[in-house]
Design a protein around this ligand. Sequence first.
Ligand code: KIV
Ligand code: ZN
Length: 512
Amino acid sequence: MADRVIIFDTTLRDGEQSPGASMNVAEKLRIASRLEELGVDIIEAGFPAASKGDMEAVSQVAQHLKASSVAGLARTNKEDIDKAWAAVSGAVKPRIHVFIATSDIHMEHKLRMSREQVVESAVAGIKYAKKFTDDVEFSAEDASRSDRDFLCRIFEAAIEAGATTINIPDTVGYAIPEEFAELVKYVKKHTPNVHRAVISVHCHNDLGLATANTLAALSAGARQAEVTINGIGERAGNTSMEEVVMAIKTRSNCYPLTTGIDTTKIYPTSRLVSMLTGMIVQPNKAIVGANAFAHEAGIHQDGMLKNPMTYEIMRPETVGVSSSTLVLGKHSGRKALNDRLRDLGYRLSPRELDTIFTKFKELADKKKNIVDEDLEILVSENIMDISEMFILDTLHVVSGNRVSPLARVGMIVNGKPVEKESTGNGPIDATYRAIADITGTESEMLRFTVSALSGGTDSQGEVTVRLKEKGLVALGRGADPDIITASAKAYINGLNRLEYLKRHPVSMGDMI
Ligand code: KIV
Ligand code: ZN
């Protein structure tokens, strides 16, 4: 029988370490619930000692989930472990994940500790964590650049101290598949008590090899894969869950392995993570990119029509991508809309559905074909909005190659109409200056991204902004066939979220 691979998802911890991808508690809860529905075995919800926000998010996730284990990351010191335990203790299945670096370069320059001190610290940390829970994972940070015999020595001591999972991270994404598989085999062979623990791997994608390294390690005997949705994570990211899971499923002849993942929920989960982190998925991304199942060349299309297996190794439905990208149009009814929203993972109350149906009809008047991304934007703009302090009323922009950009913006602020005009370094800059002036806000723009939601000149432009004010960070999104209107909507959406956060610093809202 095929061996089961444990899927350990760290989208909410390592994934959140992607520059600009921080999430608030409510956003983390939404993603955690979706990961649980997807069938993830262990969800690493954060690093509780890192910040109050992380602590709150991990404990909220721990209290809400029923089926998945919830892990909190900690260094090997008591304070970190106390905080990790305080955060995960409410979980049905809590895990403490302790780590310390084991490569000479990290021990000498970062930790300034000898090998003996590192082993001692790891053992003490694991024993301390063991007082709280049986489920303790130990990670040897920078394992792929560590001395192999020292690695086996620390793993042996870790297992002796009570670690039930030992993790081999390729922290800097330096490994290549053959070498990484060899490392896993070496650890298996030279760690005498290794049969008492699960071997895990955690790869980064600096050389674009994270998925290949993870699969090679699984073939070599690792049985836990640490992954993130869309491969988001520190620097070039982590191993992408969808790639590992679908490689195992599609090439079962090479990987006699199974996972507990319901693959039909992969695509909606990918969209949700992209939407809440503001990390746009590249169109040619394997499995979940917009072009992953698009066939452009005539000869391919001809083959596809005759038999999809000519050019398709997976059916789009297997990963939750609808076989047709054109889902709805202006004649579609409420039921069709609700069915599609449910396929995308949204369960709306009758009142919420009324709101979305009205907005959907408005959009269908402007845009012929409504695709999944349009629906997601409608939901995020109209259901997930948490405050309506600022509302865009009118926008008039002058732009061109021989005029100075000028924007006149009319808004409703706390129920009162206000209008201002501003120039700027381009029409969007002018619009943003006018909005900042009207709202009296001083947020810093951490990120501004624009993308087209689908092909064609009638596509909606989607704008994502990440704003920071008074130490609070909020994501704003807006979509509109007019890119400047989309930018204004995104900015105002972000400002509303900031206002909400100012009033509810760690509130989780009701957005699960
Ligand atoms: O990349 C890494 O080494 C990590 C560890 C904390 C597991 O993220
Ligand atoms: Zn990592």
